[in-house]
Design a binder for this molecule. Structure first.
Ligand code: NAD
Length: 289
C-alpha cells in the first residue's frame, strides 16, 4: 500500500517512521528540506510537492499545524484533492477547526475521496512510542479501512462520530490538558514559595488522586524549568481558540476553559510561543513576582 504523508514535524516525523517500519511505501512531503532528509534517512521516499506525494497513493495522511495549512494542502491547485486518485482515503491527523474538517470532507466526497478527521493526543512521546490516542470523525466504513494504519500509530483508537467530531473531542482534550498544566504550575509555585522541596512534593501528588500523565511525564522538567518543545505554546493557543469557539457554537459556558485560554494567551504574549506548553509555569510565576 502506498501512503502519502504531508507534514513531517515533531509529530508527523515519528508517525511516518512507524509506517515505514511497518513496511508501507511512504512518500513524504514537507516544506522543510531538513524534515524531508530525515524521512529519507530512515527509508521513506520523498516528493517535491503535495501532488507528487499523492500521485499513486492509496492513503494520504496530513499532520499540519492549523486549518490554513490543511486548506492549502487539500484545496490547492497542486494539492491533495486535485491529484487524488478516486477511492483515496485521506486521514487528517492535524488539530484544526471542526468546520474545516467538515468542509474538506464535503469537497472530497465530490471526488470520491473518503475523509477522516483523526487528531491525536499523547504528545511527542506518544508519537515516538506509537501509543497515541486517536479520535476519529467520519464514516464508519472509512474508519474500518483506516483501522490497520492507525493501529501502527496509536493504542487508543476510537470512532467518535461524523466528520468534525474527532476535532470536537480533541478540543475537549486540549482544554483538560491546559487546565492540568495550569494547576500543576500553581502547585509548584505554592510548594516553592512555602519552602517545601517540589521534587518529593510532586512525587506524592503523582502517586495519589491528583496523579496524571502530565505529572508523570512533565513534573521533573517543569521543576527544572526545561521547556524545549514538545507541544508549542503557539499550537496550544490555537487549540484553546478552537475550544472557546466550539463552546460558543454549542451554546455552552465553560468558565475554566476561558481562564486557561487567557493564561495560554499570556504565555504567547510574553514571548513564550515557541516553548513547550508546560511553560505555562512562567506565567504563574510572573503573576507572583
Ligand atoms: P510542527 O510545526 O512540528 O510540524 C508541522 C510540519 O508541517 C512542519 O514540519 C512544517 O514544515 C510542515 N508544514 C507546514 N505547512 C506545510 C505545507 N503547506 N506543506 C507541507 N508541510 C507543511 O507541529 P507538530 O507539533 O508536529 O503538530 C502538528 C499538528 O499536530 C498540529 O495541529 C498540532 O496541534 C497537533 N498535535 C501536536 C502535538 C505535539 O505534542 N507536538 C500533540 C498532538 C497534536
Amino acid at each position: 500500500m502506498n501512503i502519502a504523508f504531508v507534514g513531517l514535524g515533531i509529530m508527523g516525523s515519528p508517525m511516518a517512521a512507524h509506517l515505514v517500519r511497518a513496511g508501507f511505501t511512504v512518500v513524504g512531503y514537507d516544506v522543510s528540506a531538513e524534515r524531508l532528509a530525515a524521512l529519507a534517512a530512515i527509508g521513506g521516499k520523498t516528493a517535491s510537492g503535495v501532488a507528487e506525494a499523492v500521485a499513486g497513493a492509496d492513503v494520504a495522511i496530513t499532520m499540519l499545524p492549523d486549518s490554513p495549512q490543511v486548506e492549502e494542502v487539500a484545496f490547492g491547485e497542486d494539492g491533495l484533492l486535485a491529484h487524488a486518485k478516486p477511492g483515496l482515503l485521506y486521514i487528517d491527523a492535524s488539530t484544526i477547526k471542526p468546520e474545516t474538517s467538515r468542509k474538506v470532507a464535503q469537497e472530497a466526497a465530490a471526488r470520491d475521496v473518503g475523509v477522516l478527521d483523526a487528531p491525536v493526543s499523547g504528545g511527542e512521546r506518544g508519537a515516538v512510542d506509537g501509543t497515541l490516542s486517536i479520535m476519529v470523525g467520519g464514516r464508519a466504513e472509512d474508519f474500518q479501512a483506516a483501522r490497520e494504519i492507525l493501529g501502527h500509530l496509536g493504542t487508543t483508537i476510537v470512532h467518535v462520530g461524523p466528520h468534525g467530531a474527532g476535532q470536537t473531542v480533541k478540543a475537549a482534550n486540549q482544554l483538560v490538558v491546559g487546565g492540568i498544566y495550569g494547576l500543576v504550575a500553581e502547585a509548584i509555585v505554592l510548594l516553592e514559595a512555602s519552602g517545601v522541596d517540589p521534587g518529593p512534593g510532586m512525587d506524592v501528588l503523582a502517586g495519589g488522586l491528583a496523579g496524571s500523565r502530565i505529572l508523570d511525564l512533565k513534573r521533573q522538567s517543569m521543576i527544572k524549568r526545561e521547556f524545549a518543545p514538545g507541544f508549542r505554546i503557539d499550537l496550544h493557543h490555537k487549540d484553546m481558540g478552537i475550544a472557546v469557539a466550539a463552546a460558543r457554537e454549542a451554546g455552552v459556558s465553560l468558565p475554566l476553559t476561558g481562564l486557561v485560554a487567557q493564561l495560554v494567551a499570556a504565555a504567547k504574549a510574553q514571548g513564550h510561543g515557541s516553548l513547550d506548553h508546560s511553560a505555562l509555569l512562567k506565567v504563574i510565576e510572573r503573576i507572583n513576582s
